[in-house]
Design a protein around this ligand. Structure first.
Ligand SMILES: Cc1cc2nc3c(=O)[nH]c(=O)nc-3n(C[C@H](O)[C@H](O)[C@H](O)COP(=O)(O)OP(=O)(O)OC[C@H]3O[C@@H](n4cnc5c(N)ncnc54)[C@H](O)[C@@H]3O)c2cc1C
Length: 296
């Protein structure tokens, strides 16, 4: 603990912090140490100290796509949610990784820039969205991202262009090589503000009418298997409404598992296991989780 205190202001550092308060799904255990850095230098210091003292390090953005296991996360967890500046320069937007991708899309709208309409309802950070190559309604991060400033696990700063990022369906080099994304540069096009706004309103309406946004969740739990829709597969197994503990397969959207009533991570993981088994038994399809499971 002292080793971090010397480099990070005390108010940015918490011990035994319940991570359920830092995730959308509102479950899971505590972080031994949670730090909210606000500068690049602080992030670099945390990484260097963790490396020197062999302390495990975990990074989260807004926590909208993670399940933290009930025993929590050992070592130091960095939450980037306060590292959130956004700048606009002509047709480019440069966003620090902890900024809300929704805010970036709103700033694009304010500046009549088109390309980020798809992201107007994705509830995560810019860094998390790039890490996951998030997408919705026909748009995806790989279509609008031009560069990213990242930190390798050895503490080296890298300026990457899109082709280096190996962006695929909910996949990226950041996942495989454990880079920390610091800044993301978007290349957008000038558009018509009214048209951009109307597309965003339409997508927001679609999202609100189809997704159980009134409950905590982590969005679509599974990746889409080629040629199929996860929700339909789960629906056809008659699983909607199935509950384990406080976790329930949404009746509104079968691809979502909601935290209906004080669910534990174990409830959630048991329900994932049940869905995978039932879908495999009925359709011979192996579902792969999109959501990231962290901790022990
Ligand atoms: C209601 C709801 C709707 C959703 N709808 C969509 C959707 O339409 N499309 C879609 O693609 N996703 C959707 N999601 C999932 C989620 O919002 C996205 O994946 C989002 O981009 C994750 O960002 P985050 O900051 O919350 O990441 P987190 O959940 O905090 O982290 C996810 C992963 O990214 C890593 N990570 C986060 N930030 C960084 C960083 N700066 N550097 C390195 N690694 C990092 C973490 O280690 C973790 O492995 C939805 C989720 C919810 C709850």
């Amino acid at each position: 603990m002292n080793i971090f205190e010397d480099h990070i202001p005390l108010e940015k550092l918490k011990l035994n912090e319940p991570l359920k308060d830092h995730t959308y799904i509102k479950l899971g255990g505590k972080a031994d140490i949670l730090i909210h850095p606000t500068t690049k230098e602080e992030i670099m210091n945390i990484l260097a100290i963790a490396k020197k003292h062999q302390i495990p390090l975990t990074v989260i953005g807004k926590g909208s796509n993670v399940i933290i296991k009930d025993q929590g996360v050992r070592g130091v967890t960095i939450s980037l949610s306060h590292f959130d500046q956004i700048k606009v320069c002509d047709n480019k937007i440069v966003a620090q990784s902890g900024s809300n991708i929704i805010d970036v899309s709103r700033i694009a709208l304010d500046n009549s820039l088109t390309g980020l309409e798809f992201a107007c309802g994705i509830p995560g950070s810019t860094g998390g969205a790039l890490y996951m190559n998030a997408g919705a309604y026909g748009g995806q991060m790989d279509e609008v991202v031009e560069r990213a400033l990242v930190l390798t696990k050895d503490g080296e700063l890298l300026d990457m262009v899109r082709d280096d990022m190996k962006l695929g369906y909910r996949n990226s080099i950041f996942k495989t090589d454990q880079y920390i994304i610091l800044e993301v540069e978007f290349g957008l096009k000038k558009g018509n503000k009214d048209v951009i706004s109307s597309i965003m309103q339409d997508l927001t309406f679609k999202r609100e009418s189809k997704q159980p946004l009134e409950y905590p969740s982590c969005g679509s739990v599974f990746k889409r298997p080629e040629g199929h829709y996860v929700g339909k597969l789960i629906q056809e197994c008659n699983l909607q409404g199935t509950r384990i503990g406080g976790a329930e397969i949404s009746r509104k959207h079968a691809g979502f598992i909601i935290n209906a009533d004080h669910a534990t991570a174990e409830d959630y993981l048991e329900l994932i296991k049940l869905i995978k088994k039932r879908v495999y038994d009925k359709f011979n399809i192996e579902l792969e989780t999109e959501v990231i499971i962290l901790g022990e």
